[in-house]
Write a protein that binds this ligand. Structure first.
Ligand SMILES: [Zn+2]
Ligand SMILES: [Zn+2]
Length: 749
């Protein structure tokens, strides 16, 4: 027999199957060791095909498969298909796809499996008692062995580890008793489930839906029942209770004997969601995310593979969960950028979900209050079924949002980042014993330090970005938010030595110190990446705030996520402008979604909520529409603009990034890449519609000591254009000093 094997670690330009001979019985999907190259050193590979014969050029001998790695991780037919799908649609190597689909640690020889060993008596208690009292050769004299037997006579069986805790007992004593046939030792795979605690408080209550929610559910249910690949967009405004609708749909699917994957943008930011789902679906839930240990991830994977799980909740990579018989894949907050992988394979979870739903005849359910423009376009044009949910649940009204012109504040002589209006409203909150959230999408103290004498801007020595000034408890330092570089804060300008440094662009730390100056009577909690470093710091903070241990929760987008704080009646956006001016065609979309989410935090319960949006551009359309929570109008404006300027969804975008240590090499490589692309598009592929931009310097030209240049191609992605980009990658592989990365439809440009 022969088989085709893809190597796990191989450069893109030689990523193809190699023939090996093998013993009968080997199946496609097996992970194998094969000798490779002149040295014959063994490498890991995946069998993609088994065949009776293979064409052997004269004088060549086909080598044989050296061995197989644990069968636990054999890829199913669907998973092999997924690997080919990823390779074709993201231009990664087959091995990168395999490594993404399998849990980390799957390839180690010593499987990271823990066994729980239990010792139990084989002989009857009477027989053991005889042994213990017997003298001479038939008796047991070793004190360690005698202790083990006495212990087991009391309780019948015991954990191996517990026995070893007895005063004089060693492993040898226990093994000796086994060898004598007095006891047996059973081994059982021990599977870790760090979420089993949640499962103990089972919630089996029936889900009661409002009329509007019921209508949405009915549409979803009927799509699901078609038993064909279907896709729906649950477009539910904040506070409409879309989670309940999703839960009801999950109940329905599981009751049908099918399984569900539910993706969330970030586990750490959604502890409430996880606990709700774990307590509803108990031990049949697996949670997958990147902060699990390698062993925990492996165990979750094996539980799923064994069929012990009906519902997988997790972040992006959970989309590859090895479930059989998938009935539905839910992507909650589908517009979030975390669903797109930034490293190879650069896949979007939505595309993988769509592929898998196709294979399983399942329903893909996207949910969002501010859908990605591309998704809403598909819903409008009938590719997805649009399921609107426009009513706030429980009669709560949308929060009122007011815009405050910060230019006016300056004119009135108020230099602080808190307007008079917001200040007064914060005082009201305190008086009524309510709570407030204050949002600022910038951490640190000041994001920009420059010299008033010579104009020098303090930049990271490793990146072309300005350093952020951090000041906590009298300790001050400069941080680079891109590469993590840190240095002490200088007193004088490093360029001209003048003591004339000015600090601009306030962040959460400065806001915190200003607040305690102006509103000393209010207690404050700051939540950003700098205050939530411990594993549970984030959960604890949310909990403390919910318990009322602070009047104001101040922070970055972490405070904007789907938490329910019943006593929050005021939301302040300190500066709505921060994300507007990024030179990315999605900047408006991102700003709109973030502001909508933050404003939606106000008045989740019965109290009417108010949101105050401070900005230097009070007439900005995106800000105005976000204040009205008017996604439909925002979408209309945005889609018209994209159509006019030819941006997705009206075309695809491909980003080619060159990275090098040396600027000279980089410039030469950029010329070379440019002529390769030009030759393709004017030659073999001249019939493809395309527009090419660049090469130009990346927005952050220098990142962690490496220089980067880019080209951008607007085109229509299909099998032909993808082949062209694949060829470009292969041709460029000759250049060893400069690496080329291709991103099909990147989320940030
Ligand atoms: Zn200076
Ligand atoms: Zn840096």
């Amino acid at each position: 027999m022969f088989c085709e094997v893809y190597l796990l670690d191989t450069p893109y330009h030689i990523d193809r199957p190699f023939d090996y001979s093998c013993a009968p019985g080997l199946i496609p999907g097996s992970i194998v060791r094969v000798p490779f190259g002149r040295s014959g050193r063994t490498r890991l590979g995946v069998v993609t095909k088994v065949k009776e014969s293979c064409e052997i050029p004269e004088g060549v001998t086909v080598k044989g498969v050296a061995g197989t790695v644990s069968p636990v991780f054999t890829l199913t037919e669907e998973m092999l298909g997924l690997c080919f799908f990823l390779k074709e649609f993201t231009l990664c190597t087959f091995g990168e796809a395999v490594r993404t689909i399998l849990p980390p640690g799957a390839f180690s020889d010593i499987l990271n499996v823990r066994y729980r060993r239990t010792a139990r008596l084989i002989l009857s208690k009477e027989a053991v008692a005889t042994l213990l009292s017997a003298t001479g050769r038939s008796g047991i004299k070793s004190e360690g062995q005698r202790q083990v037997l006495r212990f087991l006579m009391d309780i019948g069986s015991s954990d191996f580890e517990v026995l070893k805790q007895l005063p004089t007992v060693t492993t040898a004593h226990i093994n000796a008793l086994r060898d004598k046939g007095v006891i047996a030792i059973d081994e059982d795979e021990e599977i870790r489930n760090p979420y089993s605690e949640y499962a103990k408080a089972r919630d089996t209550s029936e889900i009661i839906l409002s009329t509007a929610q019921m209508k949405a559910y009915d549409t979803i249910e009927s799509l699901y029942s078609e038993d064909k690949p279907r896709a729906a967009l649950l477009y539910g405004i904040t506070g409409s209770g879309k989670t309940k609708v999703i839960m009801k749909a999950i109940d329905r699917t599981i009751a049908d004997g099918k399984s569900v994957i539910m993706l969330v943008p970030e586990i750490a930011l959604t502890p409430q969601t996880v606990s709700i789902f774990c307590s509803r679906y108990g031990e049949r839930v697996a949670v997958i995310h990147s902060s699990l240990s390698q062993g925990e991830r492996l165990d979750a994977w094996r539980r799923i593979r064994r069929g012990d799980v009906d519902l997988v909740i997790g972040t992006r990579s959970a989309i590859f969960a090895p479930l059989n018989n998938i009935g539905m894949i839910v992507i909650d907050e589908e517009h979030e950028h975390t669903y797109k992988s930034e490293s190879d394979p650069k896949y979007h979870a939505r595309d993988v979900a769509s592929y898998r739903c196709g294979k399983h005849n399942a329903l893909m359910l996207l949910a969002s209050a501010t859908p990605a423009v591309e998704s809403f376009y598909k819903a409008r044009t009938g590719v997805y079924t649009l399921v609107p949910l426009r009513e706030r649940y429980g009669g709560a009204s949308l929060p009122k949002a007011v815009i405050v012109d910060m230019r006016e504040e300056l004119r009135l002589g108020n230099p602080s980042p808190i307007s008079q209006r917001l200040y007064n409203m914060l005082l009201d909150v305190k008086e009524n014993e309510n709570q407030a959230i204050l949002f600022l999408n910038r951490r640190g103290y000041s994001s920009h330090i420059s010299c008033k004498e010579c104009g020098e801007v303090l930049e990271c020595p490793r990146c072309s970005v300005s350093l952020t000034y951090h000041s906590v408890g009298g300790q001050s330092s400069l941080h680079c938010h891109m590469c993590g570089y840190r240095s002490p804060s200088p007193r004088a300008c490093p360029s001209c030595s003048a003591e004339a440094l000015s600090f601009l662009g306030f962040g959460t730390q400065k806001l915190e110190s200003e607040m305690s100056k102006y509103l000393p009577e209010m207690t404050l909690m700051r939540m950003d990446a700098d205050t939530t470093t411990g594993k549970l710091a984030y959960d604890r903070m949310l909990d403390d705030f919910r318990q009322g241990r602070a009047d104001i929760l101040l922070g970055t987008q972490m405070v904007a996520k789907g938490h329910d704080f019943p006593r929050v009646t005021l939301v302040g956006v300190a500066l709505a402008d921060t994300s507007l001016h990024v030179s990315d065609f999605r900047a408006a979309e991102r700003t709109f979604s973030l502001l909508t989410q933050v404003i939606g935090r106000a008045g989740r319960a019965t109290e009417d909520g108010v949101a105050v949006i401070q900005t230097f551009q009070p007439t900005n359309e995106t800000i105005r529409l976000a204040c009205r929570q008017d996604y439909d109008s925002f979408y209309e404006g945005e889609i018209a603009l994209r159509r006019e300027l030819s941006y997705p969804p009206f075309c695809d975008m491909v980003q080619l990034t060159l990275t090098a240590d040396d600027e000279g090499e980089l410039t030469r490589a950029a010329d070379e890449l440019s002529s390769i692309v030009k030759a393709k598009l004017e030659g073999e592929y001249s019939r493809l519609p395309f527009v090419v931009y660049g090469p130009f310097e990346a927005q952050i030209y220098k990142l962690n000591e490496k220089y980067r240049m880019r080209m951008m191609v607007k085109c229509k992605l299909n099998s032909i254009s993808r082949r062209m980009f694949s060829e470009i990658l292969c041709e460029f592989a000759k250049n060893r000093q400069v690496t080329l990365a291709v991103d099909l439809n990147p989320l940030t440009v």
